[in-house]
Design a protein. Structure first.
Length: 370
């Protein structure tokens, strides 16, 4: 049985969230709360139930209106959520999405479920269901192709800490000896965090989110999201936006200053979030993206080097699957996405004021969603 979720029905929302948060292939970007974070996108959600009325598959769909051509673009971030190999549930979900696509005049449906890059059976399953698939460059994907994950495997905090590289353990103690403090803050620390984000974006050359985005993130995800900050003698040194959804904790956004780096605030911040995740009963701490981790000469390799010291492992995903409803309009969408990414990359080379101006303009085509 196929159901279109009523976002205003508390019972339906609770049932949906319970399924997604408890499923091995679930993600906070498939939570109904995520739809409210994404300003400028419409949304729908579908669920498929078995004969006993229990949900067996879901999909949150973000909907972007495309200007001038009277079409929309469907995107299902890290979904749909179902047990890979269950072709019947996948078919039912896609039938429901196809009906919505006709209603919204969608030209394309794109998704990127947590299918491993080595899971040939699940990739073949998606292709057999009608998806187009190519193993394209990670730079062309909406989500990260490679994440770094720390599985706790029932270990205590002391055992997890012992699994860190010795230099990482030393740096955490350095931060503690220098009086660096890390804890959860509320909105009162957002200005400090956004200033760190601004500095990080200027230093590393990327367009940054503004304060209103992080306000919407924290407000709409509610108890699932937290803002961590480190301070030393009242000076903000680093910050992170963290999400706990189900048994998975995720380090979603991070920023820091170059000042007082020798007191190692980022190491203490990660350890604090990992420690809190263990206390909260999580099974996994997801450091999120490690772009180009396999290339020591790449400018982003330092991201992997830092995260790898915490003793986790690389998780590689298959990437994006596309269901084409209108080939010509879909080609325009893909071209626009590529052009926008090139534009943002070029914009990051200019002044901070230019980056801020670009960031504050309404989005026309999909951006990186996490």
């Amino acid at each position: 049985m196929k159901v279109i979720i009523d976002f205003n029905n508390d019972i339906e929302r609770e049932e949906y969230e319970k399924f997604v948060s408890g499923h091995e292939n679930g993600s906070f970007t498939q939570s109904l709360k995520w739809a409210d974070v994404k300003e400028g996108w419409g949304h729908e959600a579908v669920a498929v139930k078995d004969g006993n009325g229990n949900i067996k598959g879901t999909a949150l769909i973000l909907i972007k209106k495309l200007p001038f051509i009277g079409r929309t673009f469907f995107y299902c971030p890290r979904g749909p959520v179902y047990t890979f190999g269950d072709t019947e549930t996948l078919k039912e979900l896609l039938d429901a999405i196809r009906d919505l696509a006709a209603e919204y005049r969608a030209c394309q449906f794109k998704c990127d479920p947590f299918i491993s890059e080595n899971d040939e059976a699940s990739i073949a399953e998606m292709k057999a269901a009608g998806f187009a698939y190519k193993n394209i460059s990670e730079d062309r994907l909406i989500q990260s192709k490679y994440n770094y994950k720390l599985n706790f495997n029932g270990r205590t905090k002391d055992e997890v800490f012992a699994g860190f590289h010795k230099k990482w353990r030393y740096n955490i103690r350095v931060a503690e000896r220098h009086g660096v403090k890390c804890r959860v803050y509320g909105r009162e620390a957002l200005d400090d965090f956004c200033e760190l984000v601004r500095e990080t974006g200027e230093r590393d050359g990327f367009c940054v989110r503004d304060k209103s985005y992080f306000e919407a993130f924290l407000d709409n995800l509610g108890d699932n999201a937290k803002l961590y900050m480190t301070y030393c003698d009242g000076t903000p040194l680093s910050g992170a936006v963290y999400v706990k959804y189900g048994k998975v904790a995720s380090y979603v956004y991070g920023a820091s200053t170059v000042h007082m780096r020798k007191v190692m605030p980022n190491y203490l911040m990660q350890w604090t979030m990992i420690s809190d995740s263990i206390d909260a009963g999580c099974d996994v701490y997801d450091f999120q993206g490690i772009p180009h981790y396999y290339d020591e000469n790449h400018s982003n390799y330092g991201v992997y080097r830092f995260k790898s010291g915490f003793g986790g492992e690389v998780a590689g995903y298959a990437g994006e699957f596309k269901m084409i409803y209108d080939r010509k309009a879909s080609h325009l969408v893909e071209t626009a996405i590529c052009l926008r990414k090139l534009f943002l990359k070029a914009a990051a080379l200019f002044s901070l004021d230019s980056r801020k101006e670009i960031n504050e303009k309404p989005l026309t085509f999909p951006q990186k969603l996490v």
